[in-house]
Design a protein around this ligand. Structure first.
Ligand code: ATP
Ligand code: MG
Length: 269
């Protein structure tokens, strides 16, 4: 059965039909929640080790969200336990002058995972059909073609042995307000505040429309999108950890054959 938060390919998406408060009948701090998170992290870590040793496949995780949607927190809580040697995080900010002189995927391709590795994109090529669309940074005729370019690009990666999994962290507008207010109240979070926060918040409806079209057009069998209920951080972490553990397990990486005859190997004095 399809995962409840998976966006089925070629279906319309209405974010108002997805409850950002969903918690799967669980409660924060339940022993079950802790146990499931521990189990998923362990499975992720074991599979990663085998994938690294195998050196044939890779995993690309895309994180997208409204501001304060919890991308950083997800990386911090879900990816801990992975071996940093085989896991890279890449954040995509506004493109540089040089990057703008190339096609929009040029700067992305360089950071896709090499074999045996996991890469997390904190924002991604999807900004080029989200912020770019909402702010009219390029004409509509240009960004409209990008859905197809993205699907083709992701197919290319998939065919080369990269599993792709994409999470939209879905928070409500109220939750965003509370998170910004918590940042204002906490000096250790002041650095996260930006003059753009309020301006972008005013465009909530425009972003919602842009996300809905993106999720509908770019969720494919080979690179699915998930809409993750993200008002409750603990539930968001649990759901994502379980999807990732399951995905890595399905990839079924195998230990490579030893290059020595282990049965005859004796380490000399
Ligand atoms: P946080 O969510 O914690 O604030 P952040 O990812 O928003 O972190 P910032 O440095 O605040 O990090 O913002 C990066 C900005 O870069 C975002 O506003 C994003 O929309 C913008 N950006 C990313 N890619 C592109 C792009 N291709 N074109 C234009 N803007 C982009
Ligand atoms: Mg920001």
């Amino acid at each position: 059965m399809a995962h409840p938060f998976l966006v089925k390919p070629d279906t319309k998406v209405k974010l108002s039909d997805h409850d950002p408060d969903e918690r799967g009948g669980l409660k924060k701090g339940d022993p079950e929640v802790k146990q499931r998170l521990r189990d998923s992290r362990r499975m992720m870590s074991e599979c990663q080790e085998r994938m690294y040793a195998e050196g044939k496949q890779s995993l690309l995780i895309v994180l997208q969200a409204m501001d304060a949607g919890g991308k950083d927190g997800t990386i911090n809580h879900v990816m801990r336990g992975l071996n940093p040697q085989a896991c890279q995080i890449r954040s995509f900010k506004q493109p540089s002058a040089l990057e703008l002189q190339h096609d929009f995927l040029w700067r992305i391709h360089e950071w896709t995972p090499r074999k045996g590795h996991i890469v997390v994109f904190n924002r991604s090529h999807y900004e080029d059909v989200l912020v770019v669309r909402v702010h009219n940074i390029v004409p509509k005729a240009v960004w409209r073609k990008r859905y197809e370019h993205i699907n083709n690009f992701e197919k290319l990666l998939h065919d080369g042995g990269t599993r792709i999994i994409k999470f939209f962290l879905h928070i409500s507008k109220d939750e965003q307000k509370q998170r910004f207010e918590q940042r204002i109240a906490n000096p250790a979070k002041h650095w996260k505040l930006s003059p753009a926060d309020n301006k972008e918040r005013k465009l909530w409806g425009e972003y919602t429309k842009a996300y809905e079209e993106t999720l509908a057009r770019c969720s494919t069998d080979y690179a699915p999108w998930y809409v993750i209920p993200a008002n409750r951080k603990w539930y968001r972490n649990l759901v994502i950890a379980e999807i990732l553990a399951q995905t890595l397990n399905d990839m079924d990486p195998q230990w490579p054959e030893p290059v020595v005859d282990v049965s005859k190997l004796v380490i000399e004095d």
